[in-house]
Design a binder for this molecule. Structure first.
Ligand SMILES: *Cc1c(COP(=O)(O)O)cnc(C)c1O
Length: 401
């Protein structure tokens, strides 16, 4: 079949950074979106795990409309009560005591990297602190987070990269221990609790228990990238709750604002070493973004979404498993937590994830690849039982061709 993913036509003024599907979405409601031809799609991408409450959720529409009429942006030159309120909400629903607000996942991770480096310099006396990250990880596209990302394909042609990063295989405690014992000045280990972009690969319980122990023994900071796994996506507030550990520092973004851009770095009190002037963001934590995130957080709580995510996640995983069983020559497995699921293709399957995604689109279902071999399922957290069934049915139609 012809692959329809296209870069923009030469007449476009956009830089051709994305291969895009030839669909123009113009309207959304709940878990559904419509294109400019009036075609309806079930949205199991949700802006890549960002539209926590789906599209045009009345609570979010109301809150954001109210806020933009009242005050949408000032500056961090002034006190921002909504920022205080959101920070209190997040620390009240996590192991963190302090929050810094940015605008994206990459910026949240940048903040985490800077915080860990400052801690290493001023508390540990390191002059060349090292941060260990995992192969196949994804931490963003700024230079430091691109360097942290253990995927050479994203780094090509952007060197010189940022010094001070070392990579190890994910879920491999022996490899990590070896690096930590060999290198001096390991300041932090930065990991995703479940690798998202790199193929929806869940962290293993024993591995993360071991990582936490190693960090405690060696005085190394454990930073978790919760950009994709945080804010209820896994059926818990944070991915680390699925692993029985607590990080020292973690980042959040994607689902945090329900589609309104906001990112954050959070930490425990003893690692909160930023002083006035150390770090800043013009937009970070403005009243509009904070109101959105606060609304999302309160909705997760008041609508009981965590329990729903667990149920819908099990339903989705069970349903995908039946497709794995039906087409064992194509699919290897389904893996994931809550509403972050990956349908994994066999290396010898006659097509790649992008092709299934395109076929699903033609059947009215939006999906997104996570690497060449994995089809990612990240619907809004409000997705209903009927919608999950319908999505599974549309996948079946797509597979039948
Ligand atoms: C998406 C993602 C990022 C980058 O977030 P941006 O908002 O695109 O900068 C970082 N880490 C993880 C785990 C992500 O999934």
């Amino acid at each position: 079949m012809t692959i329809l993913w296209q870069s923009p036509p030469v007449t476009s003024a956009l830089m051709p950074t994305y291969n895009r599907l030839p669909v123009r979405l113009v309207r959304g409601s709940g878990c559904r979106v419509w294109d400019d031809q009036g075609r309806e799609y079930l949205d199991f991408v949700a802006g890549i795990a960002t539209c926590t409450l789906g599209h045009a959720h009345p609570r979010l529409v109301q809150a954001v409309s109210d806020q933009i009429q009242q005050l949408h942006h000032v500056s961090n030159l002034y006190q921002i009560p909504l920022q205080e309120e959101l920070a209190a909400f997040l620390t009240g629903h996590s192991c963190a005591d302090r929050v810094f607000f940015a605008n994206s996942g990459a910026e949240g991770n940048e903040g985490a990297i800077k915080l860990a480096r400052k801690y290493a310099h001023v508390v540990k006396g390191y002059d060349q602190p090292i941060i260990v990250t995992a192969q196949a990880s994804f931490h963003g596209r700024t230079l430091a987070t691109l360097t942290a990302t253990g995927q050479p394909k994203y780094q090509k042609h952007f060197d010189p990269l940022v010094p001070g990063f070392v990579y190890v295989p994910y879920n491999d405690l022996a490899a990590l221990t070896k690096v930590v014992l060999e290198l001096e000045q390991v300041a932090a280990i930065l990991l995703e609790p479940i690798q998202g972009e790199g193929g929806v690969r869940p962290g293993e319980w024993d591995y993360f228990q071991g990582v936490r122990r190693l960090c405690d023994e060696k005085g190394i900071l454990l930073i978790l990238d919760e950009v994709q796994s945080g804010m209820g996506r896994t059926g818990r507030w944070w991915g680390y709750e699925c692993l029985g550990i607590e990080p020292d520092i973690f980042s959040a973004a994607k689902g945090l604002g329900g589609g309104i851009p906001i990112g954050a770095v959070l930490c425990k009190e003893q690692y909160s070493v930023f002083q006035p002037g150390d770090h800043a963001s013009t937009y970070g934590g403005n009243p509009l973004a904070c109101r959105a995130a606060l609304t999302v957080g309160q909705a997760i709580e008041e609508l009981g979404l965590l329990a729903q995510v667990q149920q819908r996640g099990e339903q989705l995983q069970r349903g995908l498993q039946t497709w794995v069983n039906t087409y064992p020559e194509w699919f290897e497995q389904v893996r994931g937590w809550g509403l972050l699921q990956g349908l994994v293709l066999r290396p010898e399957a006659p097509f790649q994830a992008a092709e299934i995604v395109q076929r699903a689109l033609e059947k009215g279902l939006l999906l997104v690849p996570a690497g060449p071999q994995v089809i990612r399922w990240v619907p809004p957290l409000i997705v209903s039982e009927t919608e999950v069934d319908l999505a599974l049915e549309r996948l079946g139609e797509a597979l039948r061709g």
